[in-house]
Design a protein around this ligand. Structure first.
Ligand code: FES
Length: 87
């Protein structure tokens, strides 16, 4: 699991290993746009401010994945203790 901080509100949420980032954000009552929820469509693209990423999507280019500044939170995860998203 890891801690998810939403930079704009300062809210911190725990993302357990069996839940997606999107699920945890929604449970907290925060709106986030999605469509495929399979890492393909690009709808949920989100800016990353901090955190080591595990990319499980098929949308970002290898360069974008390597850059570590974008994540598809419907399928991808964080491997460090803290993930900070610019939402
Ligand atoms: Fe389609 Fe995340 S909702 S890539």
């Amino acid at each position: 699991e890891f801690v998810l901080r939403l930079a704009k509100s300062g809210i911190e949420l725990v993302v357990p290993s069996d839940r997606t980032i999107i699920e945890v954000i929604r449970e907290a009552g925060i709106e986030i746009k999605t469509s495929c929820e399979q890492g393909v469509c690009g709808t949920c693209i989100t800016e990353v401010l901090e955190g080591e990423l595990e990319h499980n999507d098929l949308y970002l280019s290898p360069d974008e994945q390597e850059g570590g500044r974008l994540i598809m939170p419907c399928v991808s995860r964080c491997t460090s203790r803290l993930l900070v998203l610019n939402i």
